[in-house]
Design a protein around this ligand. Structure first.
Ligand code: BTN
Length: 250
């Protein structure tokens, strides 16, 4: 059984916990090394976006993983991280979440948590840095995102306990990561993700990937996590991009 033994390094301020952990990974840091920062001055999101990270307003966390599953199952790491972050929000803060493909956690259709998984070459082989940002208060995101973002305070109406949330996150990551390495683990992860996501099936969405924009209805996940999208031109498999509700439908 693969078991994670997280070790936490804490920083007052970093450009990005993912960047610092990638640096330490390239020098040979071991699996489970985790970094938490009070603030990030150059927090990074998916699709080359910035992740606003003011002091004390969010949980800014990264963990180093050295998976031993087959390379075609590595994309599932980001799905297992979404499941773990969802468990942590539920167990640690009483906040229930939906998952928007691939790994945005939503509360009331607004984003409360984002995940950035990046693979890095290291002295001891390829590794993955999983970075998780959870909005604790409304100060975590810029005011112009108020319509699409939310925070633990807004979703639970009580002060977030950052350490309780972090402890729940580490427990949940350990559970889901062990499952990923079990024989039927990958299919169980896809099934769990599907059962927790209103976006998995039957959802009218738009997918933007670079210059390409597709519209269609979601029709579940492939075994590697690709999103099946039924369009007027047939079934497309989405492996990267930004999913949003189809403009005419909301
Ligand atoms: C996204 O939804 O775009 C992903 C956001 C990921 C943000 C986290 S905060 C901790 C870690 N360090 C970063 O620079 N990014 C991730």
């Amino acid at each position: 059984m693969k078991s994670l033994k997280p070790k936490i390094l804490r920083f007052e301020s970093l450009p990005s916990t993912n960047t610092e952990l990638a640096r330490q990974a390239s020098e040979g840091a071991g699996e489970g090394l985790s970094i938490v920062a009070e603030e990030q001055t150059a927090g990074r999101g998916r699709l080359q976006r910035a992740w606003s990270s003011p002091k004390g307003a969010g949980l800014y966390f990264s963990i180093l993983l050295r998976p031993t599953v087959a390379p075609d199952q590595w994309p599932l790491i980001t799905f297992m991280a979404a499941l773990a972050a969802g468990d942590a929000l539920s167990e640690g803060c009483d906040v229930n979440t939906d998952i928007k493909w691939p790994n945005d956690l939503l509360s009331g259709e607004r984003k409360i948590c984002g995940i950035l998984a990046e693979s890095v070459e290291t002295l001891t082989g390829r590794a993955v840095i999983v970075g998780i940002g959870i909005n604790l208060t409304a100060d975590a995101y810029p005011v112009e995102l108020a319509g699409v973002a939310t925070s633990v305070v807004e979703a639970s109406r009580r002060a977030p306990e950052r350490e309780t949330l972090l402890a729940a996150l580490l427990r949940a990551l350990s559970r889901w990561y062990s499952l990923l390495h079990e024989i039927d683990g990958p299919s169980k992860i896809v099934a769990a993700w599907t059962s927790r996501s209103s976006y998995a099936s039957g959802k009218p969405v738009q997918v933007a990937n670079g210059d390409e924009v597709w519209q269609g209805i979601t029709r579940g996940l492939e075994s590697d996590g690709a999103l099946r999208l039924e369009t007027t031109d047939g079934m497309k498999l989405v492996r990267a991009g930004d999913v949003s509700l189809r403009p005419a439908d909301h």
